[in-house]
Design a protein around this ligand. Structure first.
Ligand code: PMP
Length: 352
């Protein structure tokens, strides 16, 4: 039975990417060796990581002066690497608190130095994106989360930081156009729009580094990974390879401009059903709704069993909301076909 995978991450990847990836595990480029048993220093793998970096640069329009890294430790380790690399000794940073991941980023930064929270939607269960807050001049950097995976809210505009600008783009990178030159540090776990879990994409402006006058442990210092081109330690070869394939797929599809339009269309379709079907209600403030994670509740809990069973029958998987919000969350990342969204809508229409 065909499955419609609405998981929040790890999540749906293009079928053709999965086919190519599984082939490479058995026999990579007709070498009769598996991709995961060749040396990361061999030319065939160097070609993979080089291509992956080139695709990131091309698709996002990364200007010169920025490094592109494939690291490990997930976006969660970037919560710590960000302050270690950007916060001066006795320094200060400003953060927005827009969801559970933002909160975790704040917690890590507080271990390193002073943090002020400049926009906070926690009192409303993170159902909106704070706006019109002041970011003071005396900070080392400002940090925000572009898309709040659990609560289904997304920043449609980015404020200007008076100093450095850092952003966790884990759940919407490659889904829409961004102007990289307005950011100094961008990071994203691969496991939404880029590939499998196991690598983290970091885009960092070179000349912001080395200014904290603190001793940074080697593995946590971005300069280590820039100097060694993401090969200071053995890189996660499989996630990097699958990321390369997914980015190739995106390029062939027409790149960011094209996928942004498709994502907009998919999200509008689903939100419009939520807004017109009396049995469902969206949880995020309309103007801040995410085009990646669509969160909604049933208006009548007695319909839960019916809806859940209809979903199972239709092959819909992964739409249970995060345990901190409840309800439902349909994650409709780049690889989610519009047909699957139509299947979900047809199930929603069956509730009477
Ligand atoms: N930030 C955001 C916005 C996320 O959605 C996630 C995980 N889904 C993380 C950070 C944490 O990523 P990881 O599990 O790769 O550490």
């Amino acid at each position: 039975m065909k499955k419609h995978n609405f998981s929040a991450g790890p999540c749906i990847l293009p079928q053709e990417v999965l086919k190519k990836a599984s082939q490479a595990v058995l026999n990579f480029n007709d070498s009769n060796l598996s991709l995961i048993e060749i040396s990361h220093r061999s030319q065939p793998f160097i070609n993979v990581i080089t291509k992956a970096k080139e695709l990131v640069r091309e698709l996002l329009g990364v200007p010169s002066g920025y490094s592109i890294l494939f690291l490990q430790g997930g976006a969660s380790l970037e919560f710590l690497m960000t302050p270690l690399n950007l916060m001066k000794k006795n320094g200060k940073a400003a953060y927005t608190n827009t969801g559970s991941w933002a909160k975790k980023a704040i917690k890590e930064a507080k271990n390193i130095g002073n943090v002020i929270v400049v926009g906070d939607s926690s009192s409303k269960n993170y159902n909106y994106i704070p706006k019109n807050y002041d970011i003071p001049d005396d900070i080392d950097y400002f940090h925000c989360t572009s898309n709040n995976t659990i609560y289904g809210t997304q920043m449609k505009y980015f404020p200007k930081s008076p100093t450095l600008m850092a952003c966790d783009m884990s759940s919407d990178i490659f889904s829409r156009k961004i102007d990289v030159k307005n950011f100094d540090l961008i990071y994203a776990g691969a496991q939404k729009n880029m590939g499998p879990a196991g690598t983290t994409l970091v885009i960092v402006k070179n000349d912001i580094l080395g200014k904290t006058s603190r001793n940074i442990p080697t593995m946590l210092d971005y300069r280590t990974h820039i100097d060694k081109e993401s090969m200071f330690n053995t890189p996660p070869v499989f996630p990097i390879y699958v990321s390369m394939l997914t980015l190739e797929w995106l390029k062939e599809l027409g790149g960011i401009e094209k996928i942004e339009k498709i994502n907009q269309q998919k999200a509008e379709l689903l939100y419009s059903e939520i807004d017109t079907n009396p049995f469902f209600v969206g949880t995020a403030k309309k103007e801040d709704r995410s085009n990646m994670n669509v969160c909604f509740l049933l208006t009548d809990d007695s319909k839960k069993e019916l809806f859940d069973n209809l979903c199972i029958k239709a092959g819909i998987s992964g739409i249970k909301g995060h345990r901190s919000v409840g309800g439902y969350r349909a994650s409709i990342y780049n690889a989610m076909p519009i047909e699957s969204i139509k299947v979900l809508i047809s199930v929603m229409k069956k509730i009477i």
